[in-house]
Design a protein around this ligand. Structure first.
Ligand SMILES: C[S@@+](CC[C@H](N)C(=O)[O-])C[C@H]1O[C@@H](n2cnc3c(N)ncnc32)[C@H](O)[C@@H]1O
Length: 228
């Protein structure tokens, strides 16, 4: 599905971000373009899942969990990440926000998640799926832990971000940041928009659809309610 060049990039690209990458990512993801994106994504998620419990897979430093809590304090929120060092960073960020008792962060891989079947009203993920070694197996496990009628919302950069989205990024954050974003698409194994849309096709999810939320492409997958 990925081009040979991107398959090679993925081969050398680690799945869970190790230290000191965690410290670097924690620092850059505090900046405006990231935080504005988490805010947009949090509001987008609440449009699909205004209440209940939400799992963020590949949560990284956990900023999206904090935005979700700020926008809707009644949500039950859980983060999962494959990197022990990233989990430690996220737990520290939750503690600094005084939310350790409210937001749980666990270590685990998207392929075999430590949660019971039908546990979550929504499962979300930002900027992580291009790291996953086996995205189809992971989407299968996401299907398992989702409740019937729940949404899986996968947000990520794509390798062919439309020029309209890049122009909007330049207008909001400046041409320099837009160029950095554009260059970033060459050094990580991001999917093309078309391949991203097709990621759910070998899973139990109904066909996915995609749309852009800020700079991120969002793949919307639904676990249909079983007919009686
Ligand atoms: C680029 S960071 C994105 C973090 C965060 N979601 C954000 O938007 O800032 C990708 C994260 O996904 C995690 N990750 C990668 N592969 C994973 C997997 N198979 N299961 C769970 N987490 C994974 C990494 O450890 C890393 O923290």
């Amino acid at each position: 599905m990925l081009s040979p060049a991107r398959r090679l990039l993925k081969y050398f690209h680690c799945e869970g971000i190790p230290w000191p990458g965690t410290a670097f990512y924690n620092a850059i993801s505090k900046t405006g373009i990231f935080q504005r994106t988490y805010e947009l994504v949090a509001r987008d998620i609440l449009g699909y899942c205004p209440g209940g419990n939400i799992l963020d897979v590949g949560t990284g430093p956990g900023w999206l969990l904090l935005k979700l809590h700020q926008n809707s304090p009644g949500l039950r929120l859980t983060g999962l990440d494959a990197s022990a060092s990233m989990v430690a960073k996220a737990r520290k960020n939750m503690a600094s926000a005084g939310l350790s008792e409210v937001i749980e962060v666990q270590e685990g891989n998207a392929r075999h998640m430590p949660f019971a079947d039908d546990s979550f009203d929504a499962v979300v993920s930002t900027g992580s799926i291009h790291h996953w070694r086996d995205p189809e197996a992971a989407l299968g496990d996401i299907y398992r832990v989702l409740k019937q009628g729940g949404y899986a919302l996968m947000y990520d950069l794509v390798s062919d971000t439309p020029s309209s989205v890049l122009k909007e990024t330049a207008r909001e954050f400046g041409t320099f940041k837009m160029l950095l974003l554009w260059l970033h698409a060459f050094e990580e194994p991001f999917y093309s928009t078309k391949d991203f849309e097709l990621l759910g096709r070998f899973t139990l999810f109904e066909e996915g659809r995609i749309r852009f939320v800020g700079v991120l492409c969002c793949l919307v997958l639904k676990k249909e309610t079983a007919s009686t």
